[in-house]
Design a protein around this ligand. Structure first.
Ligand code: PSU
Ligand code: MN
Length: 307
C-alpha cells in the first residue's frame, strides 16, 4: 500500500479514523455521492448514519470520504455528515475532478472512483457502497462508461457493492471488468446480482462464501504483485429485493424519460435513480438503503479479516 500523500495536501482525518489508523484497526471507506446525488434527504442521512453504525458494530471504523470547502476529509464528524446530506450545489467528483474540487476550494462528493483513490492513499483497503458505475446501455453510441471501471483496474481497494444496476448494460460491464483484470466475486451466490434484484440472469465470474476467503484471495493477489482492485457483489437481502421482471418495467420508463429530457454525462445516473424512486413510490430507496447496509456489514467483516 502506498502512502505518498504530499504534506501540502489539505486533508483531515476524523477523530475516530485517526485513532483507528494509530492502532492499526480495521477501517471501511464509504463514498459520499450516494448521499448527495443518489438519495433524497432525509433518507440519505438515515442511510449514512445506519451504515456507519453497522460498521462499528462489526468492530471496524467507518470513513466517509468527501471534499468540504477544498479539504479532503477521510471520515466525517456527524455534523459534517448532516451538512453534506442537506447541501446544494455539491460537485460529483470522480478521478477527473477530485483535484479540481480541492484546488478550487469547492465541496465535492466522491464517486466510487474518487473514493477508491482517497481510500488507497489513506491506507484503507475495503470500501462499501451500493452500486458501481458501469457501461451504460447504448454505450456503443454514447461512449458512456463510468470511470469506476478503470479505477477498479488500477487502485488496490476491495469494493463491496450489490452488483451493477440494471439501468446499465450489465453484460458489457462484466466484459470490461474482465478485460481490465478486475476479479468479480459474488458473495455466496453463483449468479451476479443486479442491485435492486438478486438476479441478473448472468453467472458470476467468481464466487466465494466467507469474508475470510475474500481476504485470503486478496492477500494472494498481493503476493503475486497483481495490483488493482477487486469487486465483491453482495446480493440484496431477499426481504428487500424488487424482482428483476418488475424492475425492468421501471428501468425502461426511466431510460425513455432520460432520452426525452436529453440527459447526458454525469447527470445520467442521478437522473435515473431519482426517476425510479418516483416510479416506485419510494420503494427503490428502501431497497437501496437495505442493500448498502448489507454491504457495510460484509465490508466490515472483510476489513476485520484482513487485519
Ligand atoms: N449507485 C447508486 N447510487 C449512486 C451511485 C451509484 O446506487 O449514487 C453513484 C456512485 O458514486 C458511482 C457513480 O460511483 O454513481 C457512478 O456515476 P457515473 O455513472 O457518472 O460514473
Ligand atoms: Mn457516465
Amino acid at each position: 500500500m502506498t502512502h505518498s500523500l504530499s504534506p501540502l495536501l489539505p486533508i483531515v482525518y476524523s477523530g475516530e479514523v485517526s485513532a483507528a489508523k494509530a492502532r492499526g484497526a480495521a477501517i471501511v471507506a464509504l463514498e459520499s455521492t450516494i448521499i448527495t446525488h443518489g438519495m433524497p434527504y432525509p433518507g440519505n442521512i438515515e442511510m449514512a448514519r445506519s451504515v456507519e453504525a453497522i460498521i462499528r458494530e462489526e468492530g471496524a471504523v467507518p470513513a466517509t470520504i468527501a471534499v468540504i470547502n477544498g479539504t479532503l476529509h477521510i471520515g466525517l464528524e456527524d455534523k459534517e455528515l448532516e451538512a453534506l446530506a442537506q447541501a446544494k450545489d455539491v460537485l460529483k467528483v470522480s478521478r477527473a475532478d477530485l483535484a479540481f474540487a480541492i484546488a478550487e476550494r469547492r465541496t465535492g462528493a466522491t464517486t466510487v472512483a474518487a473514493t477508491m483513490i482517497a481510500a488507497a492513499a489513506a491506507g484503507i483497503r475495503v470500501f462499501a457502497t451500493g452500486g458501481i458505475g458501469g457501461v451504460h446501455r447504448g454505450a456503443e453510441e454514447s461512449f458512456d462508461i463510468s470511470a469506476d471501471l478503470e479505477e477498479l483496474a488500477r487502485t488496490p481497494v476491495i469494493v463491496v457493492c450489490a452488483g451493477a444496476k440494471a439501468i446499465l448494460d450489465v453484460p458489457k460491464t462484466l466484459e470490461v471488468l474482465e478485460t481490465r483484470g478486475v476479479p468479480v466475486v459474488t458473495f455466496d451466490s453463483a449468479e451476479f446480482p443486479a442491485f435492486w434484484s438478486r438476479s441478473s440472469g448472468l453467472p458470476s465470474p467468481l464466487t466465494l462464501n466467507s469474508p475470510a476467503a475474500i481476504a485470503n484471495f486478496q492477500s494472494v493477489r498481493e503476493q503475486l504483485g497483481i495490483d488493482g482492485g477487486m469487486l465483491i457483489a453482495n446480493p440484496v437481502p431477499e426481504a428487500a429485493e424488487i424482482p428483476r421482471g418488475e424492475m425492468e418495467i421501471y428501468i425502461t420508463r426511466a431510460l425513455a424519460n432520460a432520452e426525452r429530457d436529453d440527459i447526458q454525462g454525469k447527470a445520467v445516473t442521478p437522473y435515473l435513480l431519482d426517476t425510479i424512486f418516483h416510479l416506485t413510490d419510494g420503494r427503490s430507496l428502501k431497497t437501496n438503503i437495505a442493500l448498502v447496509e448489507n454491504n457495510a456489514h460484509l465490508a466490515a467483516e472483510i476489513a476485520v479479516a484482513l487485519c
